[in-house]
Structures are given as C-alpha cells and as structure tokens.
Ligand binder design. Structure first.
Ligand SMILES: [Ca+2]
Length: 289
C-alpha cells in the first residue's frame, strides 16, 4: 500500500505566483516592477523550502522505534537496506567509501575507500549490483554487492546527489528540484521529473528512497523528508524530523539529516545523518490537520 493512500484527501490549493506588470512609459517604474516580481518569486521559493506547513500538504511527525549506533566519522551520502544489512556511501574527498554495516551494532563489516579525487554520493541496489554516484566527477561506479569489486563505471552530465531504483529505472537527484530517470544498463536519461510543493519547485532534493511506491527525499539543510509521487512529481507529504538527533545526543554538532533506507520485507524505515553517531528506525505518524 502506498504511503500516499494514508493521506486523507488533502485540500491542495495550489497558490501560483501571479503578477501583472503594467508597462508604463517610465523605464524606472518598469525596472522597479520587474525587481519586485523577482523578489516575490525568490521569497515564495525560499518559503517553500522552510519549515512551514504548506497548504494542503500532509504533515507527518515521527516516533522512534529503535536507536542504533552509527559511525560518527561517516559523512553519509547514500544508504540502502538489503538482505539484512545496511549499505552506505560516504562522501568528502578523502573520506569517501562504500561500506556494508551491521544494523544492530553499527559495525562496518566490509569497506572500500574511494580515490580521494572522488566525493562519493548516492547509492542504489540494482540486480545484485551497487550503483554509487559522485558529486562533481560526473562518474558513477557499479560494484558487485558481495565482493565490492568494481565492475564498471558510467558517465553522466551535471552533479550527482541522491540515487534510488524504481520500476527498472534509476532515479537521481542533483540538488535541484529536477529528478532524472535513467536506464541502469546504459545510464541514458529516460525522462526528467520536476518536483513541486504547493505549486512551487522544491529544490535541494538529496538522498532518495522508495517506500511503498512513494519516493522519499531528504531536503538538504533541513530536517525534512518530502514524500513525492514518482509519477507526477507532486509532494504529497512532508515528514518533519526536527529534534530527532538532539533528543538522543543533546547538543550534538553533527551535520545535517541525510540517509534514508527502507527494509521492504520488514517494513522498517531507517534514517541517519552526516556524522550522526546514531541511526534511527522510525515510524511515520500523520499529524492531525
Ligand atoms: Ca537511500
């Protein structure tokens, strides 16, 4: 069952930015009008990225089910759960790695370090292989899941942020509001999908995970995860994870929330962050509207 099916008929009032500019004879007035239009668009966009309840977007909070240790030196960029283990991609130049992690102990069971020229990013599992992106090297890596042997590399334009796999296609984020759907065999782009929240682009989409047909995306620099329809790009809900780490590690100066993994067989949802010393199994709770 899709998560979106839990959402009771949200009243999606799509507020669109409209402005009419009457072009007067005075060029200064035209300039002022254009500037005010620019700033109203910019401010509306910023608002969409802030921690505010959007019109008609279902809001979710969380309940912590389990708390597990997580390597506090791991700059988490991608995370998946597969056959009883977590697999994690960590970033930074000189800190990038691919690792297999024991959930209960946080122990790193298997690891390869990536060339320091590469800043590793999102991670996805496709037919026994692990796909790992890099941030700005325009290169992706395909590994054997059991041995971590590098089997091939692939190229793509632009930046690589988050990665997941859905219905025979990879879905990739690049820090904008646009997601790219790619064929895993040739990494060719199949389509682009613009993600909107309340009629406005939702930028800074980062780590991705498919959960029961919905696409979950960390919104970079926020405590929020967007629940996105992979068909339409509409944001159907927002999970607000504010205060999660602080509750268990008061005063922690760890970096931002980033890292979503879903155990489909056990229906368990895991989240962590960059340098977070903890990894959480959470349950998503629908807030009353
Ligand atoms: Ca993920």
């Amino acid at each position: 069952m899709r998560m979106a099916q839990f959402i009771h008929s949200p009243n999606k009032t799509s507020t669109r930015i409209s402005a009419s500019i009457s072009f007067s004879q005075n060029p200064l007035l035209v300039l002022v009008s254009l500037l005010s239009l620019y700033f109203s668009v910019a401010s509306a966009d910023t608002q969409a990225s802030n921690n505010q309840a959007e019109n008609g977007i279902k809001q979710y909070s969380y309940e912590v089910v389990n708390v597990y240790p997580h390597d506090p030196t791991a700059f988490t960029q991608g995370m998946i759960f597969k056959d009883g283990y977590l697999y994690e991609s960590t970033g930074l130049n000189g800190g990038s790695s691919l690792r297999k992690v024991e959930l209960e102990t946080g122990k790193v069971l298997q690891k390869i370090d990536i060339d320091r020229k590469i800043f590793a990013e999102g991670l996805a599992s496709v037919d026994g292989q692990l796909y790992q992106l890099s941030w700005r090297a325009r290169t992706g890596f395909v590994y054997n899941t059991d041995t971590f042997a590098l089997e091939r590399t692939f190229k793509y334009p632009g930046q690589g942020w988050g990665l997941t796999f859905h219905k025979d296609q990879l879905i990739m984020s690049d820090g904008t509001s646009i997601l790219r759907f790619l064929g895993p065999a040739d990494f060719k782009e199949i389509k682009k999908l613009a993600v909107f929240i309340d009629g406005k682009p939702l930028r800074r989409l980062n780590e991705l995970e498919m959960v029961k047909g919905d696409l979950l995306a960390n919104v970079w620099l926020t405590d929020r995860i967007a629940i996105i329809s992979p068909e339409t790009g509409h944001v159907d809900g927002i999970i607000n994870l504010a205060g999660l780490l602080d509750k268990y590690v008061p005063g922690s100066e760890a970096d931002v929330l980033n890292g979503i993994a879903y155990d489909a067989a056990g229906e368990r949802l895991f989240v962590t962050g960059k340098y977070w010393p903890k990894l959480f199994e959470i349950k998503i709770i629908a807030d009353d509207l």
